[in-house]
Unconditional design. Structure first.
Lengths: 211, 335
């Protein structure tokens, strides 16, 4: 296999360790600016003491967001199959549309969402459940959650769909997403661990009986 | 009872030795380009016949000049630290006391403080003086490894040999309201104590006869671990002290750290959110001064007028491969 000489390509064949280590060490800091950590990508992770399969099934049901998110409430199905309507209480009278794309083989659960309209679901929350036995040698699940800073966070592309005089836009909160999502992930952990530790189903009856 | 750091005096042996000295000996060393080992422009070396006690005596001359021989000789507590003791079996505390004409009630010879020994000494002195051990304490530190262990023929060709520099300092601590030691925090991370070794080839104990010259052993993987530890520990102890004295790190008037290399200086400054003008270092003139780094830099800051009356200075360092760290804050009341 041969690769062309590309700028920025650092591989042991062309950059031996004594050249690569200083590059690494230059990158190691005591602290990292918030924007560097949470500016373009917002990633939060957690261990949750609950079987990964059960946690995946729970997360794969859109209505779980009613429980563990901070402000999404009142999920109801729309006429379009798989598309749910709820209200984000961060913005008064704000509708949020969600379609959940889950893959049980990959254990990925992606929430495709948007405020105000359900035609272009551009707020995408990428989640992955990993068996903690594999990665931490302990029971339970690891949840990885990343959100990308879509340009629409900075400029609402569909202002005509917003409620009149709404003072906020979802992107106004981008800088607090790291903390906010961690708070919600802790909600998820608290709920799932409570149920698991008390022998309750992770997915509650009200979600099971009403699909 | 308030205990103050009243003054500090320092000594740098001989004429500066420039980087060319090492270029003559340099062999191809994998670590030469490493930021941790990128050489300072100058450093000082202890003379071949100069002992650590000699260095401390010369450093103390400044204190004698400003405070009088009686103040120094009459101190109740002497705390010493030598990087490479003249005599490892018993250390240099007693000899130092004798040389300074002292008969102190307390002589304590620190060896675990490493680059944070001056901070550790302030903690000890403050504790002792506030519990009635006396009125005055001296903290004497000597870094003398650069011109000795790092200047051996098979060691000075390594990249790491160009980084250390020698120097000594003596701090005067007393029961006084003048420049109060506001708080001190030290932490021991004993799990890392074994990570700094004197590597000899062929292997032997340091006191056994043999052909190989001892040097401070680092592997590449250990370097990044030590970097990560230092990146974490110095801000941790600094923030702990700042929290307790109620000053945001960014509001410190001056930050004085040890100066192992340029990476740490940059990273700690960033971690404390301080501009370069409020973080004093002498790295390019003196190299890594180990325990003498903090008092030499503090002395420099005072002499250059960078530390004014009423200013709060935070001193912080970590030692060895990360087995000890400390921070101390002083509200400076003038020399």
């Amino acid at each position: 296999m041969t690769l062309p000489r590309l700028d920025g390509l650092i591989r042991i064949e062309t950059t031996p360790r004594e050249k690569a280590t200083p590059v690494i060490m230059e990158m190691m800091r005591s602290v990292y600016p918030h924007d560097e950590v949470f500016g373009e990508f917002c990633t939060v992770n957690s261990h949750i003491d609950c079987p990964p399969g059960d946690l995946f099934d729970y997360l794969a049901d859109t209505r779980c967001l009613e429980e563990w998110t901070y402000s999404l409430r009142g999920f109801t199905p729309t006429e379009e199959p798989g598309l749910w309507l709820a209200y984000d209480r961060l913005g008064s009278e704000t509708k949020i549309f969600t379609r959940t794309v889950a893959d049980r083989d990959a254990m990925t659960v992606d929430y495709h969402c948007a405020w105000d309209q359900g035609a272009h679901l551009w707020m995408i929350y990428l989640m992955r459940v990993v068996d903690a036995q594999l990665v931490f040698d302990r029971p339970g699940s690891v949840v990885l959650w990343t959100n990308c800073h879509h340009p629409f966070y900075d400029h609402n592309p569909y202002p005509e769909t917003a409620p009149p005089q709404r003072p906020v836009w979802v992107g106004d909160f981008w800088d607090m997403f790291g903390a906010g999502h961690l708070l919600e992930l802790r909600n998820l952990k608290a709920i799932a661990e409570y149920r698991h530790h008390n022998g309750l189903p992770i997915t509650p009856d009200w979600m099971r009986s009403n699909r | 009872m308030t205990v103050s750091l009243l003054d500090v005096a320092t000594y740098l042996p001989g004429e500066p030795i420039d980087a060319d000295y090492y270029a003559r000996f340099a062999d191809s060393d994998d670590l030469r380009d490493n930021l941790m080992f990128r050489a300072p422009r100058h450093r000082h070396h202890v003379a071949p016949d100069e002992t650590a006690v000699d260095m401390i005596e010369r450093a103390a001359a400044g204190l004698v000049e400003r405070h009088g021989q009686d103040t120094i000789a009459g101190a109740d507590v002497l705390i010493t630290h030598t990087q490479l003791p003249d005599m490892p079996f018993h250390g240099g505390g007693g000899a130092t006391a004798h040389r300074l004409g002292m008969k102190p009630s307390w002589v304590i010879d620190l060896h675990n403080g490493g680059c944070a020994a001056f901070v550790f000494g302030m903690q000890l002195a403050r504790q002792l003086l506030s519990s009635g051990a006396g009125r005055t304490a001296l903290i004497a530190v000597a870094q003398n490894a650069a011109g000795q262990i790092f200047d051996q023929p098979t060691v000075r060709c390594k990249a790491q040999a160009a980084v250390p520099g020698d120097g000594a300092a003596v701090g005067l601590v007393a029961v006084s309201d003048r420049s109060p030691i506001l708080d001190v925090q030290t932490r021991t991370y004993g799990e890392y104590a074994g990570d700094m070794t004197i590597a000899v080839d062929p292997p032997r104990k340091w006191w056994q006869p043999g052909t190989g010259e001892g040097c401070i052993g680092f592997t590449e993987s250990k370097i990044t671990e030590v970097l990560a530890r230092g990146n974490r520990q110095v801000p941790e102890v600094s923030y702990a002290v700042c929290d307790r004295i109620g000053i945001r790190p960014a509001d410190l008037d001056l930050f004085v750290s040890n100066q192992p290399n340029r990476v740490f200086l940059r990273n700690w400054r960033e971690a404390l959110e301080l501009p370069p003008e409020r973080h004093v270092d002498t790295f390019d003139e003196c190299g890594n001064l180990f325990a003498a780094g903090i008092p030499v830099n503090l002395d420099r800051a005072i002499s250059d007028g960078r530390l004014g009356d009423g200013d709060v200075v935070l001193m912080a360092a970590f030692a060895h491969a990360g087995d000890f760290a400390g921070a101390a804050a002083v509200r400076w009341g003038g020399r």
